[in-house]
Design a protein around this ligand. Structure first.
Ligand code: SAM
Length: 207
């Protein structure tokens, strides 16, 4: 099954699944680190059903929400019906449907461990940032729970923080910091014999 098919299948349940995995504190910390302000334009990459988009919208930002899965974007559209500050765009990690240097902030939550080539995805996210804008990624630290690959279609078993730091710098970003968000992502295996609890990192860099 492809990643697109997997997220197509879980789109309707995603909000409930997400709530059981991690809390809203993750997006609060990401948005506050970026210094996002009302009236600015942000991109939410791998937006899913809009976890990060919702936080940005509540702070008065306009959001371009990008995802490979039409089903995830459709769920988000139904949830935020009537909201005219979200621009939904179907797109892929290696070729984001956004021009160069146009957004004030880029966010990606729990997206990087699904993409085929994380350094390329980071470079592509840096491309769409205005000079002075910030890329903020929240994702999993390196772990050993391989049932997450089988059951949740994860491609990478988290990341070493030094790799993420290097990829941000290689994308031309400055003031790069990779730190703990202070929250874990938690999920039991389907047969109940394993329980993953993985710390979440918060990486940021300025263009
Ligand atoms: C684990 S979900 C996270 C969704 C959302 N950011 C959240 O925090 O709830 C990962 C999302 O990334 C999207 N995604 C995965 N690989 C992608 C790719 N190569 N290009 C674009 N989107 C991708 C999936 O379709 C899915 O909606």
């Amino acid at each position: 099954m492809s990643s697109k098919q997997y997220f197509g299948e879980v789109a309707r349940q995603w909000d409930e699944m997400r709530e059981s995995f991690f809390s809203e504190a993750v997006r609060e910390k990401a948005i506050s680190l970026a210094g996002a302000e009302s009236g600015e334009l942000a991109a939410d990459i791998g937006a899913g059903t809009g976890f990060i988009t919702e936080g940005l919208m509540q702070k008065g930002l306009r959001v371009i929400a990008v995802d490979q899965s039409a089903s995830m974007l459709k769920e988000m559209g139904e949830k935020f019906q009537g909201v005219d500050t979200i621009d939904y765009r179907l797109g892929e990690a290696e070729n984001l449907p956004i021009e160069d240097n146009v957004v004030d902030h880029v966010f990606a939550n729990m997206y990087l461990h699904h993409v085929e080539n994380p350094p390329v995805a980071i470079k592509e996210m840096a491309r769409i940032l205005k000079p002075g804008g910030r890329l903020v990624i929240t994702d999993l630290d390196e772990h050993s729970f391989d049932f997450l690959k089988r059951e949740h279609h994860d491609r990478w078993m988290g990341f070493k923080r030094e790799d993420v730091q290097r990829w941000f710098s290689a994308a031309g970003l400055k003031e790069v910091v990779v730190d703990c968000v202070g929250e874990d992502c938690c999920a039991p295996s389907s047969c109940g014999d394993e329980y993953a609890s993985v710390s979440i990192f918060l990486a940021s860099g300025k263009k």
